[in-house]
Design a protein around this ligand. Structure first.
Ligand code: ZN
Length: 286
């Protein structure tokens, strides 16, 4: 049996499951400070014979397995968690942990059990409160120096869009222009209240497609999976497919792009991609 944690800014999803991605037990714990959240997490796992725990955590988080800071949260806006170490938190239990980012865990979940099954090169993008990109490249999650932060690539602002953007670091990054909070800043309403306003989704699809065009050029994925709250707006998909091809403007000619409906696809696991990916991640714990 394995354990899994999907550590988010507002809640921690904890689960027990097996290495086939089957969840036996799942719970949600509100994210407070480490000192009030971690004991509740430990309590959930207590008394179970767990081989290892996989953790998909909000970042920035150190993912260098050979470094002493593996699993430690870096400079984050979630101040009580700065310097907190997932590895140290479980040291006393003797259960080994494997840590990756929340979006990488979700990417892994889709690659192993969902819409990326069988593919070695996939990117998973979550568009919700923030925008994150998990990159699975030649059979491995991409980490590098820290981990990719491809939600913060700068995008050309469309003429007439005077939004300041929601990212405190960049005026016109993808997250700042197209996340749920960005939509709220631009229109003064929540995304779900704007569902019938076509111009909202046309602009949203435009920014997403500009980002996808760049990801296709940089990462050369064999499939792009889109998840997160904003992507529950299904009518975005045909718009994004059409516009992404428009922005590529015939520059790339591959079989995958020729079958665009199967190239840019929704997540399959219905919100469980993160916790199932974390469960699979547990196998690589040390
Ligand atoms: Zn940004």
């Amino acid at each position: 049996m394995y354990g899994a944690i999907e550590a988010g800014g507002t809640k921690m999803v904890v689960a027990l499951g097996d290495d086939n991605g089957q969840l036996f037990k799942k719970d949600r714990i509100p994210t407070g400070t480490p000192s009030d959240t971690i004991p509740k997490i430990l309590e959930f796992f207590e008394g179970n014979d767990i081989e290892a725990i996989g953790i998909g955590a909000f970042g920035p988080v150190c993912l260098d397995k050979n470094g002493s800071d593996y699993g430690r949260i870096g400079k984050s806006p979630k101040l009580p968690w700065v310097g907190f170490s997932w590895k140290e938190a479980f040291e006393k239990t003797g259960i080994p942990v494997a840590v990756d980012t929340d979006v990488n865990a979700a990417c892994l979940g889709e690659v192993i059990y969902g819409n990326g099954k069988g593919l070695g090169d996939v990117i998973y993008i979550t568009i919700g409160t923030g925008i994150g990109v998990g990159v699975y490249c030649e059979g491995n999650l991409l980490h590098g120096m820290l981990h990719p932060e491809a939600g913060h690539i700068l995008l050309p602002v469309r003429e007439g869009d005077v939004t300041e953007g929601s990212c405190p670091y960049h005026k016109n990054c993808f997250e700042g222009l197209a996340s749920g909070p960005a939509i709220k800043i631009r229109y003064g309403r929540e995304a779900f209240e704007l569902i019938d306003r076509d111009e909202v989704w046309e602009l949203e699809a435009d920014y997403i497609s500009k980002a996808l065009m760049q990801y296709i050029c940089c990462y050369s994925p064999k499939r792009i999976i889109l998840g997160g709250g904003v992507m529950n707006v299904e009518k975005l998909f045909p718009m994004i497919r059409r516009k992404t091809l428009e922005y590529l403007n015939g520059y790339l000619d591959t079989a995958e792009l020729g079958d665009i409906d199967n190239y840019i696809v929704p997540a399959l696991l219905d919100g469980e991609q993160g916790i199932k990916g974390a469960l699979f991640l547990a196998r690589s714990a040390r």
